[in-house]
Design a protein around this ligand. Structure first.
Ligand SMILES: Cc1ncc(COP(=O)(O)O)c(C=O)c1O
Length: 398
């Protein structure tokens, strides 16, 4: 093709972005990036209208707890706004060490390292310990951060069917016996709300001598004694090598952690690029997470309320014959199977004053287009009544 001097060919990357079908679809349905004008607990304002937040990861509803907000304000006054650098150089502070020690003790681990995002923690939990020549056995539905960690490690990556012990066993048996192996799974799968079948999966992983990494972003604060997570729920603490997770869900902050034995954490601190080359967790984030961790242990009512709300909400959905993908946790999807149905359902809920999140292919497998909802300890009985009414209306319109 000949172009005149004034007709330069479109930049290939620009053309690819302009022609992207998924982007076109998102422009049509505008499913993401809804900006709330205000929030107080589970009450939000969107487009000038009040709505109930039914899609937050603030499972215990502590982000407006006075002890948590006060701790964050006090840390800001004492330490300023920023950690001002990476932990390895100038960014380490006494508040990091204090929180890491408390979190490690809570999780029954020798040591812990915190990062400024859960994503960074989970990437580094995989990428720091696996390397070229290793084989990573990963649940097909693992979170994107675990795939990124696997890719950065340069290890060979093999997938097994979601939460499927038999498939993991077949996969492990088919791999070279003497290659070092890593098993990577989540404790709770946030899109599906499934609890991983960890006892059986770890039996297989142990049989093949796999080092294991468990991302418990959505089990922490929700399952186990005082919310110690999925590993504690199953009593498997001494069988898990590395536990990672997020501070942005039940701990109502942002940031993440990796918890393990002292030598593994020391190894991570000097081998992980995500740890070495990224600024440390900020003072307010750390203080909020630490205060929430204290609340978790001193005010058991939040966890009790979370599970009471979860049961009632799940019953509402089941009474309407909605497909919740077998969710067992407060993260509860409503599988609707096509983008059009998802969009209509989502819109009706919003009209009725309930905010949820659309998740459509390719973010979910084809035919699994869904509405992601999550219940919080902070939802009141009256809000649950309104949610029930909105769900009934949306289900009827389907
Ligand atoms: C399973 C899982 N791991 C890690 C993360 C990352 O956590 P953060 O959002 O705190 O970066 C998420 C967040 O959605 C998650 O769902």
């Amino acid at each position: 093709m000949v172009f005149s001097l004034f007709q330069k060919p479109k930049k290939p990357i620009l053309a690819r972005c302009h022609d992207d079908q998924a982007t076109k679809m998102r422009l049509k349905y505008a499913p993401y990036y809804h900006a709330m004008q205000s929030q107080c607990g589970t009450d939000v304002t969107l487009g000038g209208r009040p709505a109930i937040m039914l899609a937050s990861n603030d499972y215990l509803g502590l982000s407006f707890h006075p002890k948590v907000t006060e701790a964050a304000c006090a840390a800001l006054r004492k330490w300023g706004t920023s950690s001002t650098g990476a932990r390895i150089s100038n960014g380490s502070r006494a508040y990091h060490i204090e929180f890491e020690e408390k979190l490690a003790a809570f999780l029954g681990r020798e040591a812990c390292h915190v990062h400024s995002a859960g994503y960074l923690s989970c990437v580094s939990a995989v990428a720091s310990f696996a390397q070229k020549g290793d084989i990573i056995l990963a649940d097909k539905n693992n979170h994107s951060c675990l795939w990124d960690g696997a890719r950065l490690s340069h290890a060979q990556v093999e997938r097994f069917s979601h939460n499927n012990t038999a498939d993991l066993a077949d996969l492990a048996a088919s791999l070279p016996a003497n290659a070092p192996k890593m098993f990577v799974a989540e404790g709770v799968y946030s899109m599906e709300g499934h609890i991983a079948a960890l006892p059986a999966l770890l039996d297989v992983a142990d049989q093949y001598n796999c080092f294991n990494v468990i991302d418990d972003a959505h089990g922490f604060g929700v399952l186990g004694r005082e919310g110690r997570g999925t590993v504690d729920h199953f009593g498997l603490n001494d069988r898990v090598d590395v536990l990672c997770g997020s501070l942005s869900k039940s701990l109502s902050s942002t940031g993440g952690f990796v918890a393990a034995s002292r030598d593994l954490i020391e190894y991570l601190r000097t081998n992980s690029k995500q740890t070495i080359f990224s600024a440390a967790l900020s003072p307010a984030q750390t203080a909020a997470a630490q205060a929430a961790l204290d609340v978790l242990q001193t005010e058991p009512g939040h966890l009790e309320r979370l599970w009471r709300n979860t049961k009632r909400y799940r019953d509402i959905l089941h009474s309407l014959k909605l497909d919740t993908w077998g969710s067992e946790t407060p993260a509860i999807p409503i599988v609707l199977g096509s983008k059009e149905r998802v969009y209509r359902f989502w819109q009706t809920l919003l009209e009725k004053g309930v905010f949820t999140v659309m998740s459509i292919a390719p973010a979910v497998p084809p035919g699994k287009d869904l509405i992601r909802t999550a219940i919080s300890a902070q939802h009141t009985d009256e809000q649950l009544d309104r949610i029930a009414e909105a769900m009934a209306c949306a289900a009827k319109k389907l």
